[in-house]
Write a protein that binds this ligand. Structure first.
Ligand code: PGA
Length: 249
């Protein structure tokens, strides 16, 4: 049985004092969950959040990283740097980064390799636009993104990788994919992984759904056969709401 992994993506929100207040309120609400709980916070919150989650079941992730370990890359933060302060997860290839910051399948692949070699667990985002969905090419787009993201990545590494299927048209829009559509696309991702790495690996890989997940729809989504939890943006900013998503059962 795959575990459910529920990750909050705070995006560019929350000052350190707000992060600390959030964790103070949120930690007691999720302390009994069997699900894995991750908060992916802005760089400026990482250190405070890491100190503050000590002794809780909450893990901390970053939202991006550079693929080089160090060097003349003004403004960038490396996987080695994230690891050095105790970060465990890192979101790679979020559609907002692909859309606004020139992230490509190639940079996604480089970042995944660097994350893994630095002992970080990447949460790799893939997703189609509304236009692509309407053209009926979702499967091609998604399996192509998965193929390129995982180029030259070993089967062994798949246990440390989370894939997040996030249809772009569902992010921050209040529109959620139907549970059937989300499950279907996630199954296609799993089939792609089976083709590349074998059924055993595919059966073990965690694949989340993301895009307007909230407490009112988390249960129906997360109970689907292939959806192993969620990557949650807007609804992860309120401790009460996010705890209901984590405790969806
Ligand atoms: P949303 O964002 O839950 O606000 O739609 C999800 C995401 O971008 O990861």
């Amino acid at each position: 049985m795959r575990k459910k992994v529920i990750a909050g993506n705070w995006k560019m929100n929350m000052l350190p004092n707000e992060a600390i207040d959030f964790i103070d309120q949120f930690a007691p609400l999720v302390k009994n969950t069997e699900n894995e709980v991750i908060l992916c916070v802005p760089y400026t919150d990482l250190f405070y959040a890491l100190l503050h989650v000590q002794g809780t079941n909450i893990k901390i992730g970053a939202q991006n990283m550079h693929w080089e370990e160090s060097g003349a890359y003004t403004g960038e933060v490396s996987g080695k740097m994230l690891k050095s302060i105790g970060v465990e997860y890192v979101i790679i290839g979020h559609s907002e980064r692909r859309q606004y910051f020139a992230e490509t399948d190639e940079t996604v692949n480089k970042k995944i390799k660097s994350a893994l070699s630095n002992g970080l667990k990447p949460i790799v985002c893939v997703g189609e636009t509304l236009e692509q969905r309407e053209q009926g090419i979702t499967k091609n787009i998604i399996t192509d993104q998965v193929e390129k993201a995982l180029e030259e990545i070993s089967a062994e590494s798949l246990k440390d990788i989370i894939i997040a299927y996030e249809p772009i048209w569902a992010i921050g829009t209040g529109k959620t994919a139907t549970k059937e559509d989300a499950n279907e696309t996630i199954k296609q991702i799993r089939e792609k992984i089976a083709e590349k790495y074998g059924q055993n690996v595919a059966d073990g890989v965690i694949i989340q759904y993301g895009g307007s997940v909230k407490s009112s729809n988390a249960k129906e989504l997360f109970e689907m056969s292939d959806i192993d939890g969620g990557l949650v943006g807007g609804a992860s900013l309120k401790p009460d709401e996010f705890s209901k998503i984590v405790n969806y059962k």
